[in-house]
Write a protein that binds this ligand. Sequence first.
Ligand code: PLP
Length: 478
Amino acid sequence: MKNLVLKRIQQMCSYNPPLDGRAAYRGVLLDFNERTIATTGLQRYPEYGDLAEQVGNYVQVPGSSILVTNGSDQGIDLIFRAFVEVGDGVVLPEPSFAMFKQCADIQGACIVRQIKPNTKLIVICNPNNPTGALTPLLTIEALAKTNPNTIILIDEAYAEFSGVTAIPLMTQYPNIIVTRTFSKAFGLASVRMGYIVANSTYIQELKKIMGPYDLNSAGVTAVRVALADTSYVTSYVQEVMQQAKPLVELFFRKNSIEYYPSQANFVLFKPDQAEHVAQRLEQAGYRLRLQRHPSIAGTLRVSIGTVPQMRRFINVYQQVILQRQPQRIALFDRDGTLVYEPESTKQLDDVKDVRLLPGVIPALQGLQAQGYLLVMVSNQDGLGTVAFPQVKFAACQELIIQHCKAAGVTFAEVLICPHLPTADCTCRKPKTGLIDALFCDYAVDYVATFLCGDRPTDRQCADALGITFYPSLTDLPL
Ligand SMILES: Cc1ncc(COP(=O)(O)O)c(C=O)c1O
C-alpha cells in the first residue's frame, strides 16, 4: 500500500517514554520526575500497554490496528494532522459534526464539494450527526476503491446504535480509517476516551503525533471495566433503537411533525417555530439542540433515551407545545373483563354468547362521569381467518357496543390485535403498539390512566406503559 501520511511525519520518530511495567515495579520510581510519596497511584503517569489489544478484541481487529485516543475528537484531529497539509482538498459532510471543519481549518485545508485529484481526505460521518443518515457500506467501498490515494475517514461515533461499521472493509482498502468513541453508547463522555481503527502502518504514524500522556488513568480504567462486560451497552442500544426511537417517530408521524429517519440515538425534526419550541421545552425540563446550519434551519435535534424518558418527553410535548389538556384514559381488556368469555374456545364468535359481566355498566358510567375516555383493547387471535371470521366477530362486537350505548356508555376507541401469537406483531398484548399509537393523540394523565384486565399479559402491558393495572372491576377508582 502507498503510505499517504505527510512526508515530514513519515520521517519523524515516535516519542515512546518507557512507561510500561512501572505500576508493577516493586522499587522506588525515580524515572519520571513524579511526586514520590503519594500512595494512591494517581501520582504515576498512566500505563495502558494492553488497552489497544482489548479494544481490538471488541471490534475484532488486532491491537496493532488500534490507537486509543483522548476522545474521538482527538482521533479526528490526529488524522487531519497526519494527512492534510495547507491547501490540500478535503471533502466534508454538510451539515455535520463541527470538529471536521475545525480540524480542516486548523490545517489550512481547502474544503471542497467534489473529489478532485488533490483531495487528501474525505470525511463520512456514519451515521451522520445531526441528520442520523447512514451512508451505505457499498458507497464507502466504491469511494475507497476509486480513490486509493485519498483517505476515507469514517466517523463511527454512533456505530453501536446503527449496527453498521466499515471496519471489515479496511483489510481490502487501507485508505479507510475509522474513528470511534466511548462517549455515546458506552456512556463515558466525561473521561474522554475514543479510538482510531486503521491499518497498522497508519497507527504507527499516528502514534508519532499523539502525546504519550494524552490518556488518563481514570479513562483507561473505565474503558477496561466497560469492555469486560458490554451487555449494558447492548441492552441500552436495544431499548433506544428498537423501542424508544420508534415511539418518538410514531409520535412525530401521528402529529404531522416532519423528521429525518435516523440510524442513531437522536432524531432531527422540524416543528413549527423551532426556536420557540426549544425555549418552551427547556422551561418544561427538556433541553434539545436547535440547529443553525442553513440547510436544516428550523430543525431541532432530540437525543433518544429510555422508553420511560421518551414517554414522558412526548407527554410534555403534547401539553406544552401541542396545547393538549391531560386526559384520563380507562383501558379495558374485553373478553373476561367486560364480557363473558366462552370457556371452551376462549373466542367470542356467537351472538348467543354475548353477555356483559356483572358490574360493567355502572363502572363504565361512573368512569365516564369522571371524564375518563373509555377504550377497549383486545387480542383476538387469528381474527379474519377461516377459524375466526370477521363477520362473526363484528356481530358480537356490535351487540356489545349496543348494550353499552343503551346505558349511555360510549367507547372512544376499540383497539383490536387480530394476529396470532406466532406473528410476533407489535400490537398483541403485552406489547404496547396499539396503545402507544393512541397515546400519540392525547396528552395522557399518567396518574389517573389505567388498564383493567384479567390476564398477566394485561398487567405486563400496563407496567410497560407506566400506568396503573387493575385486575378486576371492583378495584376501579369509583
Ligand atoms: C459525529 C461525532 N463524532 C465525534 C464526537 C465526539 O466524540 P468524543 O466525545 O469521543 O470526542 C461526537 C460527539 O458529539 C460526534 O457527534
